[in-house]
Ligand binder design. Structure first.
Ligand code: NAI
Length: 719
C-alpha cells in the first residue's frame, strides 16, 4: 500500500492523504520518496482536468520529517547519494507548486521539519489548533538544516531576518496561532471537520494560485540582501550569531545563515542547489551524528522508560507534598502544580510557605501580562497549591519531596514527620550532597529515593534520581513517573559522593582553577571553554557556585587535597576575600545589577598577585586547556561507570548536556569518547598524553583502556 493515498472527487479535487502503512508516523523514508515520485507523475498526467490538490494526513502528526535512522548513518562517502535524494524530493515538491493547479495543505497535527517543508510547497496552509499541532524547523537542534526547501521557502515567504530568528536558527516549535501571526500558515481552525472544508473553499476561490515568490515582481519581505535596507544589516548577522553561540563552533547555525543569505541572491532553483549542498555537509558531518544520537535516540529512550525499573506499574501522582518553600521548594511546587497536580507546600510558618507560593504567582503574573497565559489559568494553578505550616496537611499525599536546608538532623526530622503524616506517600529528598542511604537510615524510613532538581527548577529540564543501598525499584519507578508527569527528563544514578552531575561538574570547574595555577589568564580559560561549546566557562561557574564551596568540600575530606586548583581558590578566598559572584568579586569582578553573564569584554580578570598573566596566546596551551576541560569530565564519567554510579550511556549523555552544560555538539560526555578521532583508542591515547603532562587525574580507567577499546565503543561496552 502506498504511503500517499489518492482520492479524486468528482469535481476534480484530489486529496492526497499521507498515511504510511504499519507505522504510527509518516517519515521521508524510501517508500515515501517512491510514492511521492509516483504521485507527482500522476498529478502531472492529470493536471489538465484537476481543479485542485489537498494534502493532509491520516496520522496524529501531519508528517514527522526526515528518517533519522538513515540520517545518523550518513558519512562523507554518502554525500553524493544524499544530494541526489534531497534534490529529487525538492524537484517533486517544486513540480507540485508549479503545476498550475491550486494546492492546499490541511495540517491536522504537528508539521515539524520535513512536515513543514511539504506544507510550505503548498500555496495555502490551514492548520488545526491543538496543543499537539506544532510547526517549525527543529533541524538546528539536531545539527542539521531543513534540506528539502525549508530554508529557501521560509526565507522567501517570511523575509530573511524573520525566517532566521523566528524559525530557522533556534528550532522554535510554534502553535498554530503563532505560526499564523508569523505568516507560516494562512488560516487556523479549531474543529477538525473544518480543515478540509476551508481547504476546499480556498481552492474554489483561487483557481489560479501560484507561490508568491513565483509571481512577477515579487518582493521578499524586508528586502533582498542587495537592497540598501538589508545590505547595511547583513554584516551584523554573523557577528550576532557568534555572540548568541558565545563563540562556540556549531556548524548548523552557520550553514543555515549562509544558505539563507546566498539563496536569496539567486533564483529559486539555484537556491535549492545551495541549500542542498549545505545540508549534505551537515548531514555527513560528525556534529549532526552526535546531536541526533543525543537529542533524538538517547533522549527518546530516556523519556520512553530508559533506566526506569521495568515491571513496576505506572504511577500517576495526584497530590504531592513539598517540604521547605525556599528557592528549590518554591520552584518544585510551581512545576508540579503546572502539571495539574495538587501541591501541599509546607514550611516552618504560613508566611514562609506563602512566600514560596508567591514565586508561582510572580511567574504566572508575568505570563498573563505577556499574553502567554490567562487569569483563569493562573488562578487555577495557584488554587492547586496549599501553603501551610501544618504537617497534618500532608495527609493524602502520594508523593513527598523534601527540600529544607541542607542539614542532616533537620532532614531526619522532617522526613520522619512527613512519613507519619502521609503514610501512603513515597518519601523523596532533593538533597544535593547528603548520601541517600544515610538519610534513609537516619530518618528510619522503609524507603527513600533522591529526586535531585537543578536550579532554576522551572527552566532546568533534568532531574537526577538517586538510588540508595536500600531504595526499592518501586520507589525509583515512582520517582521516574513523577519526573515524566511534570515534563522533565530523569536519569538514574547510584548514591555516591556528588552523585554523577555534581561530581563531574566539580572536575571541570576545578580544572579551570588548575589552569589559573599554571598561569593561563582567566580570560583565555573562559574563551577556551566557550569555543569548545560549554555554555559558560569554569571560572564563571566557580564564581557562581562560590569559591568557598570546593574549599568546604575539600576540608570535609571530599576533594583531592592535592588538586592544583585548590591553592588558587584558597589564595583568592583567604588572602583577597574574593569568594564569588554573590560577593561581587571572585575570579572576575561582577556588577551586581547584571543578572546575565556580561561577556568577557566586560568582566575584567582581577589583578591579584600570584595569578601571573602567563603566555595566554600560546595555541598549544589553548588547545590543551580546551581538551583538559572536556577530558577531565569524560574520564571522571568513565570512573562513574566503573563504580556502577552510572549504568547507561543515555543517562550520561543527556545528564551531562542538560544538567552540567557539556557541549551539545559532542552529543554528551559518553558520546565524546566514542566519536573522538581514532575512536576510544584515540581518546585513551590523548588522555594518556594529558596524564603524562598534567597529572594522573587524566589517566583513563580500565573500562576505557580494555573493555571499550575491545568493544569498539563505550556504548557497546556497556550494552
Ligand atoms: P533555601 O534555604 O532556599 O530553603 C530552605 C527552606 O526550608 C526555607 O524556606 C526554610 O524555612 C525551610 N525549612 C526549614 N525547616 C523546615 C521545616 N522544619 N519544615 C519545613 N520547611 C523548613 O534552600 P534551597 O536552596 O531551596 O535548598 C533546599 C534543598 O535543596 C537543600 O537540600 C539543597 O541542598 C537542595 N538543592 C539545592 C539546589 C540549589 O541550587 N540551591 C540544587 C539542588 C538541590
Amino acid at each position: 500500500m502506498s504511503p500517499i493515498r489518492w482520492d479524486r472527487a468528482e469535481d476534480g479535487v484530489v486529496t492526497l492523504t499521507l498515511d504510511a502503512p504499519d507505522s504510527s508516523a509518516n517519515t521521508m523514508d524510501a517508500a515515501f520518496q517512491a510514492a511521492l515520485g509516483e504521485t507527482v507523475d500522476r498529478l502531472v498526467a492529470e493536471k489538465e482536468t484537476l481543479k485542485g490538490v489537498i494534502i493532509t494526513s491520516a496520522k496524529k502528526t501531519f508528517f514527522a520529517g526526515g528518517d533519522l535512522d538513515e540520517l545518523i548513518q550518513a558519512r562523507p562517502e554518502n554525500r553524493e547519494q544524499l544530494l541526489t535524494t534531497v534534490t529529487d524530493i525538492k524537484r517533486r515538491l517544486r513540480t507540485i507548486e508549479t503545476l498550475g493547479v491550486p494546492v492546499a495543505a490541511a495540517i491536522n497535527g504537528a508539521a515539524l521539519g520535513g512536515g513543514l517543508e511539504i506544507a510550505l510547497a503548498a500555496h495555502y496552509r490551514v492548520a488545526l489548533d491543538t496543543p499537539a499541532t506544532k510547526l517549525g524547523f527543529p533541524e538546528v537542534t539536531l545539527g542539521l538544516l531543513p534540506g528539502a526547501g525549508g530554508v529557501v521557502r521560509s526565507v522567501r515567504l517570511l523575509g530573511l531576518v524573520n525566517a532566521l530568528t523566528q524559525v530557522l536558527l533556534q528550532g522554535q516549535q510554534l502553535r498554530a496561532p503563532a505560526a499564523q501571526q508569523l505568516g507560516l500558515v494562512h488560516d487556523v481552525v479549531s474543529d477538525p471537520a473544518e480543515l478540509l472544508v476551508k481547504a476546499r473553499e480556498w481552492i474554489e476561490a483561487n483557481p489560479q494560485a501560484t507561490q508568491p515568490y513565483d509571481a512577477k515582481g515579487y518582493k521578499v519581505p524586508g528586502g533582498s540582501p542587495t537592497s540598501p535596507s538589508l545590505a547595511g544589516f547583513l554584516p551584523a548577522l554573523p557577528a550576532n550569531l557568534r555572540k548568541q553561540l558565545k563563540g562556540a563552533h556549531l556548524p548548523a547555525p552557520h550553514h543555515i545563515l549562509c544558505a539563507a543569505v546566498e539563496g536569496l541572491l539567486v533564483d529559486v532553483d539555484t537556491a535549492f542547489v545551495i541549500e542542498g549542498r549545505y545540508f549534505a555537509d551537515l548531514a555527513t558531518g560528525q556534529t549532526s551524528t552526535n546531536m541526533i544520537q543525543a537529542f533524538w535516540f538517547d533522549l527518546n529512550r530516556i523519556n520512553g522508560g530508559g533506566s526506569r525499573p521495568a515491571d513496576v506499574p505506572a504511577f500517576k501522582p495526584r497530590k504531592v507534598g513539598v517540604l521547605g518553600a525556599g528557592m528549590m521548594g518554591a520552584g518544585i511546587a510551581y512545576v508540579t502544580a503546572k502539571a495539574g497536580i495538587d501541591v501541599v507546600l509546607k514550611d516552618v510558618s504560613v508566611e514562609a510557605a506563602e512566600k514560596g507560593k508567591a514565586y508561582s504567582q510572580k511567574i504566572l503574573d508575568k505570563q498573563v501580562s505577556r499574553g502567554r497565559s490567562t487569569p483563569e489559568k493562573r488562578d487555577a494553578l495557584l488554587g492547586r497549591i496549599l501553603a501551610t505550616a501544618d504537617a497534618a496537611d500532608l495527609a493524602g499525599c502520594d508523593f513527598v519531596i523534601e527540600a529544607v536546608f541542607e542539614d542532616t538532623a533537620l532532614k531526619h526530622k522532617v522526613l520522619a514527620e512527613a512519613a507519619a503524616a502521609a503514610p501512603d506517600a513515597l518519601i523523596t529528598s532533593n538533597t544535593s550532597t547528603l548520601p541517600i542511604t544515610d538519610l534513609q537510615a537516619g530518618a528510619g524510613l522503609p524507603d527513600l529515593v533522591g529526586v535531585h532538581f537543578f536550579s532554576p527548577v522551572d527552566k532546568m529540564p533534568l532531574i537526577e534520581l538517586i538510588v540508595g543501598a536500600n531504595t526499592s525499584p518501586e520507589a525509583v519507578a515512582k520517582a521516574y513517573d513523577y519526573t515524566r508527569a511534570i515534563g522533565k527528563t530523569p536519569i538514574v544514578v547510584k548514591d555516591s559522593r556528588g552523585f554523577f552531575t555534581s561530581r563531574v561538574f566539580g572536575t571541570m570547574v576545578m580544572e579551570g582553577a588548575a589552569l589559573v595555577a599554571e598561569g593561563l589568564p582567566p580570560m583565555s580559560i573562559e574563551r577556551a571553554a566557550l569555543q569548545a561549546g560549554f555554555p559558560a566557562g569554569p571560572l564563571t561557574l566557580l564564581d557562581e557556585v562560590t569559591l568557598t564551596l570546593p574549599l568546604k568540600i575539600e576540608e570535609q575530606g571530599g576533594g583531592a587535597a592535592a588538586h592544583p586548583g585548590i591553592a588558587v581558590l584558597r589564595t583568592l578566598v583567604k588572602e583577597h576575600d574574593r569568594t564569588g559572584k554573590a560577593a561581587g568579586k571572585g575570579f572576575f569582578d561582577w556588577e551586581p545589577s547584571k543578572k546575565v553573564w556580561p561577556g568577557l569584554a566586560e568582566v575584567f580578570p582581577p589583578n591579584v598577585d600570584g595569578l601571573a598573566p602567563g603566555a595566554g596566546n600560546d595555541p598549544i596551551r589553548f588547545k590543551d586547556a580546551q581538551d583538559r576541560l572536556l577530558f577531565i569530565m569524560a574520564v571522571e564519567t568513565a570512573r562513574c561507570f566503573e563504580e556502577g554510579v552510572l549504568t547507561s550511556v543515555e543517562d550520561a549523555n543527556i545528564g551531562s548536556i542538560m544538567g552540567i552544560g557539556f557541549p551539545p555538539g559532542f552529543g554528551g560526555v559518553a558520546q565524546f569518547v566514542d566519536q573522538y578521532d581514532g575512536g576510544v583508542a584515540g581518546f585513551v591515547a590523548r588522555a594518556d598524553e594529558l596524564a603524562d603532562k598534567f597529572g594522573e587525574r587524566f589517566r583513563p580507567p580500565a573500562l576505557l583502556r580494555e573493555k571499550a577499546i575491545e568493544a569498539g565503543s563505550l556504548r557497546e561496552a556497556l550494552a
